[in-house]
Design a protein around this ligand. Structure first.
Ligand SMILES: C[S@@+](CC[C@H](N)C(=O)[O-])C[C@H]1O[C@@H](n2cnc3c(N)ncnc32)[C@H](O)[C@@H]1O
Length: 207
C-alpha cells in the first residue's frame, strides 16, 4: 500500500465521516471501559475523541508519521509487522485500513493481534463489502481482490468481503463476532464488526 496522505484527504472530504455513526452504533453493544486502546492505521486521529471516551489510554499506529500529539504514543510501524504484544492492549480499533491488504494479510494481522492481546480484548474494525461501488474495478488479482489502475489509489490493492467469510476468519483467529453491521452510503459499502476474545457470538444485522 502506498504512503498516500489520507489525513489531508479527510480534511477536504467531510462526508467520509459518516462512517463514524456506524461505530457509535457498534459501541452501544459494549458496557465496558478499556485500559489501553490501539487505533490501527490511525491517520491524523479522527477517531481519537471517540476512543478516548471509552479507554483510559489511546495509542495511534500508522505507517506515516502524522503530527497527532494527543495519542498516548504515536507508533510509526507497518501493521503487518508490528509486535502487538509490545503494549498490553485490551481494545484494538481499525477503520479504513484492512481492506487495503490481501485476504491472507488480513488474516495474518488479525491472527497476530489475537495471539498478543489480553484474553478479554475487543477488536472493532471495518472491511469493504462486495456492494461497494469499487468492487470489480481494476485488475482482478484473485477472488474479490483488485488492484486499481487509475485515480488516487492507483496501484493499490482492495479486498472485498462477504459476511460469512469475515465470521469464519475471525473464528479461525480465536475471536468471536459479537456484532456486525452492514452500512452503505454514497456508493461506499462496509461491514462494521465488533469481535471479542471471550464472549459468545451474537450476530445483529442492520442496514
Ligand atoms: C483510509 S486511511 C484511514 C485513517 C484513519 N483510520 C481514519 O479513519 O481517519 C488508512 C490509513 O492507514 C495507513 N496505512 C496504510 N498502510 C499501512 C500499514 N501497512 N501499516 C499501518 N498503517 C498503514 C495510512 O497511512 C492511512 O493513514
Amino acid at each position: 500500500m502506498s504512503k498516500y496522505d489520507w489525513g489531508g484527504f479527510y480534511d477536504k472530504n467531510d462526508e467520509y465521516c459518516f462512517k463514524q455513526n456506524a461505530y457509535f452504533e457498534i459501541l452501544k453493544a459494549l458496557n465496558k471501559r478499556f485500559t489501553a486502546c490501539l487505533d490501527l492505521g490511525c491517520g491524523k486521529g479522527r477517531h481519537l475523541a471517540m476512543l478516548s471516551s471509552i479507554s483510559d489510554e489511546v495509542y495511534g499506529l500508522d505507517i506515516i508519521e502524522y503530527d497527532s500529539k494527543n495519542y498516548k504514543e504515536f507508533i510509526v510501524e507497518d501493521a503487518r509487522t508490528y509486535n502487538y504484544g509490545e503494549i498490553n492492549f485490551d481494545f484494538i480499533f481499525s477503520n479504513g485500513l484492512l481492506h487495503h491488504f490481501s485476504k491472507n494479510e488480513v488474516f495474518d494481522i488479525i491472527n497476530e493481534i489475537s495471539k498478543c492481546v489480553k484474553h478479554n480484548s475487543v477488536f472493532i474494525f471495518n472491511l469493504h463489502s462486495k456492494e461497494d461501488y469499487k468492487f470489480g474495478k481494476g485488475v482482478n488479482i484473485t477472488t474479490d481482490e483488485f488492484v486499481f489502475h487509475e485515480g488516487k489509489e492507483k496501484g493499490q490493492l482492495h479486498s472485498f468481503w462477504e459476511q460469512e467469510e469475515i465470521i469464519q476468519m475471525i473464528n479461525k483467529c480465536n475471536f468471536k463476532m459479537i456484532k456486525m453491521l452492514h452500512k452503505s452510503q454514497n456508493g461506499y459499502a462496509c461491514w462494521y464488526c465488533l469481535a471479542s476474545r471471550n464472549q459468545p457470538p451474537l450476530l445483529i444485522n442492520e442496514n
